[in-house]
Design a protein around this ligand. Structure first.
Ligand code: AMP
Length: 279
């Protein structure tokens, strides 16, 4: 696997590959890789000639400085996992490479996506996400961008970014990879203690509860019951929401259209998010 640390070298390599008609898939990450990330690389490998992964812990998207400080960094292990998965190129830039002194911060018009759910609880987060993805896409001219449904709102935000900036890039949203007990794989899971790790499976239980009862219990009651379930397992809930596929929160459901349940909750210091298509 090639490793590039400089934007100019990364772009030079991509430009040469594109001249020869290579199809390029790109998987942006913040590292501390797990099988969820690797599933995106595998999907990219199936559909492209070249698969590129980036690892960059983006300070601009952390509204909580302590969360940024504590973000796990496991670069040697990440490189091993990427090699094993057959990733072709790793882009591993410094903060100065991504945000050089002449870097101009843009304001992205994300509409309601920025004020609901994660947008509401993490002010500025999605502007930071757009800032880094826009910058990465200016360096890595790919055909397809691979994102995980685990961060469903982020997928919708990036979809909006691609439209706003008129990128000619296909977005491929990949299914969430889970542990055996249903907990969505996440880089933040390594920060859970043994007992917290056991408690964390309650998020998946809450989704199963919602799925089982969605046709018989009104939405507000179902959210209340799911919140009680999480609270009883030691969580402090930021939100439990049921929304349509555009992520508009719903008060009632017509019993037919696609809906997604979304949860963000703290186990002590660690904030976990997850979502599940309910119908
Ligand atoms: P992150 O390193 O957390 O920024 O994640 C990088 C990419 O991996 C994002 O598109 C995530 O949605 C995706 N991802 C993270 N966890 C999972 C998972 N458990 N299953 C599938 N994709 C995931």
């Amino acid at each position: 696997m090639r490793i590039y640390r400089l934007a100019v070298e990364m772009t030079g390599f991509i430009d040469n590959q594109r001249k020869t008609g290579q199809k390029i898939g790109f998987v942006p990450t913040m590292g501390a890789l797990h099988q969820g990330h690797i599933s995106l690389i595998r999907q990219s490998k199936k559909e492209n000639d070249l698969s590129i992964c980036s690892i960059f812990v983006n300070p601009a998207q952390f509204n909580n400085p302590a969360d940024f400080q504590k973000y796990p960094i496991t670069i040697e292990n990440d490189i091993n996992l990427l090699e094993l998965a057959g990733c072709d190129v790793l882009f591993l830039p410094s903060i100065e490479e991504i945000y050089p002194s002449q870097f101009k911060k843009e304001q992205y018009d994300l509409g309601y996506l920025e004020t609901i759910l994660e947008g509401k609880y993490r002010p500025g987060h999605f502007q930071g996400v757009c800032q880094v993805v826009d910058r990465l896409l200016s360096i890595i001219d790919c055909n397809t961008l691979y994102l995980g449904r685990k961060d469903y709102q982020q997928c919708r935000v990036i979809e909006k970014l691609l439209q706003l900036k008129k990128y000619n890039i296909t977005l491929h949203i990949c299914e969430t990879i889970r542990e055996i007990d249903g907990l969505a794989m996440s880089s933040r899971n390594v920060r859970l203690s043994t007992s917290e790790r056991t408690q964390a499976a309650a998020i998946y239980e809450a989704f199963l509860y919602i799925q089982k009862n969605i046709k018989i219990v009104p939405l507000s009651d179902i959210k209340q019951a799911a919140e009680s379930l999480l609270t009883s397992k030691g969580f402090k809930v930021d939100y439990i929401e049921i929304a349509n596929d555009k992520l508009m929160p719903l008060d009632t459901w017509d019993g037919k259209s696609a809906i997604v349940a979304l949860i963000a909750a703290y186990l002590n210091e660690v904030r976990l998010i997850d979502n599940m298509m309910i119908a």
